[in-house]
Design a protein around this ligand. Structure first.
Ligand code: SF4
Length: 478
């Protein structure tokens, strides 16, 4: 059974939401305006989903939302710990807020939450250097946000809650979702893999799966409210259910979600290659609503580096899985994560990564230069390459992949693809943009009334990162 935050614990938080609402009503009477809050999210979809919960609780507490820190009474940064530059960005933002708070908004409450502050040395740094921060809470304390924020409003001392928990899951928290057509649904939290470069198991704890009932109830409710695309989230969804005694694994869960009326598209991430089973490949192939797209992080191509990363597969085993997937689902679109410049990686090791790219022929990759994370085993290793060599390899990686991505996109020219229209294109305000079943972005001319609808688009042009197309017709989806 999934271990849950109890109804009593949740009731306490509901009381704090009521108290905050009372405080906010008094504030509005006094000032003639509602208290407003700015939330900013860094990192992965899991964090985005957590922020939706935070915003749900804030909305219920009577806050309004703003994107302008100069107008904000409360600012909450939901942070990421995976790479150093995300942390630097947060510290930069905190520096700017210090001026705003000192010069314009002395009563502003500044809160930092999420993975970054689950690391003790970061919280210590915030307390020492950023004394304008009023509230710090980690990933395990998210459900307690109403109580912590209430205390931060009332108390003059900084409120901190970064304790590790026993991993209990908080179900039924309020939520304010970003869109009305697509939704993220977390199926599990944490990770047990301890890849040697990764901070996630230390900041998000061990794997905990939500019960299949809880996941299905959320999916059914979303579908009943008109959400047609569901993305199932977890650090390693392939481990789903291993900690429960329900006898339901991730392939079973996909099949169950596939049966929900109203759901038209199902996506999921992330899959660890070592846990990708034949049963799951079969479920992706068989379930008509599961998008034919798979993100399978390889990270490196050298067996020696993979071993040091504690990935627990070899290059050959990884490529074998890729072959198997392509045979079972020929139209599959594949993506991966690559780390360039892992401490002991040599130029010869890096050539093995390029070899994986050429053999697997990913549709696209997410590539990163290794970022040292304090407290992880890899942080103690020495570098084999200079920064310059690592940067050169990184650029080489992009060159090789860009050519493959462009070629794969060109193969789609002339085909008609069903696209869920997301909105106005980020690159060209005169175009709309949406995603194909295989997750590729298509830009096309069309009326804004198409936003949120499924339409068929003929692909007319291929770029490295996206496609251009022309409107053909509206469809029922997928
Ligand atoms: S599988 Fe490895 S890289 Fe992914 S979250 Fe877990 S420890 Fe980090």
């Amino acid at each position: 059974m999934a271990k849950l935050i109890t109804e009593e614990q949740l009731a306490v938080q509901r009381e704090y939401i009521t108290k905050l609402r009372g405080e906010n009503a008094l504030y509005a009477q006094r000032t003639g305006r509602a208290r407003s809050v700015l939330t900013e999210t860094y990192g992965c979809q899991q964090n985005e989903n957590d922020t939706e919960r935070i915003r749900g609780m804030l909305r219920d507490a009577g806050f309004e939302f703003t994107e302008d820190p100069h107008n904000a009474d409360v600012v909450i940064y939901n942070t990421c710990a995976v790479r150093e530059n995300a942390e630097q960005k947060v510290f930069g933002r905190l520096g700017i807020l210090k001026h705003i708070k000192e010069e314009e908004r002395p009563d502003m409450i500044v809160a930092v939450c999420g993975c970054m502050v689950q690391q003790e040395h970061i919280t210590e740094k915030i307390k020492a250097v950023h004394d304008h921060v009023d509230l710090v809470f980690g990933t395990h304390a998210l459900y307690k946000m109403p109580e912590l924020l209430y205390r931060a409003v009332k108390e003059k001392n900084v409120v901190v809650d970064i304790e590790q928990s026993d991993g209990a899951i908080a179900e039924d928290l309020p939520i304010m979702r970003d869109g009305s057509d697509k939704a993220w649904v977390s199926v599990m939290y944490g990770c047990n893999n301890f890849c040697s470069y990764c901070i996630v198991p230390y900041v998000r704890g061990r794997e905990r799966s939500r019960s299949a009932d809880a996941v299905m109830n959320e999916v059914r409710e979303l579908a009943a409210n008109g959400v047609s695309e569901i993305s199932l989230l977890g650090q390693n969804v392939n481990s789903y259910g291993k900690d429960l005694d329900e006898g339901i694994d991730f392939a079973d869960l996909l099949t169950m979600v596939n049966g929900v009326e109203g759901v038209k598209r199902i996506r999921f991430m992330t899959s660890h290659p070592k846990d990708l089973s034949d049963k799951l490949i079969d479920a992706i192939a068989r379930c008509d609503k599961v998008c034919k797209q798979l993100h399978l992080p390889v990270q490196a191509g050298s067996d020696r580096v993979l071993k040091q990363m504690n990935r627990r597969y070899t290059k050959a085993q990884y490529l074998e899985k890729i072959d198997k997937i392509k045979k079972a689902i020929p139209e599959i679109s594949l993506s991966t994560d690559i780390i360039v410049g892992f401490p002991t990686e040599t130029n010869e090791d890096f050539e093995e990564t390029l070899d994986v790219l050429r053999k697997a022929e990913f549709d696209h990759i997410f590539s990163f230069i290794y970022s040292r994370r304090e407290g992880t085993p890899a942080a103690k290793l020495d570098f084999a390459l200079s920064d310059e060599e690592i940067r050169r390899n990184f650029n080489k990686l992009l060159d090789v992949q860009n050519e493959i991505s462009k070629r794969k996109n060109e193969a789609m020219v002339g085909t008609v693809e069903t696209v869920l229209v997301d909105g106005v294109s980020k690159n060209d305000a005169a175009m709309l943009s949406g995603r194909c079943d295989n997750s590729k972005i298509v830009n096309f001319k069309g009326d804004k009334s198409l936003i949120g609808k499924y339409i068929d688009v003929r692909i007319t042009e291929a770029h490295t990162w996206s496609l251009n197309g022309e409107y053909v017709r509206e469809t029922e989806g997928r």
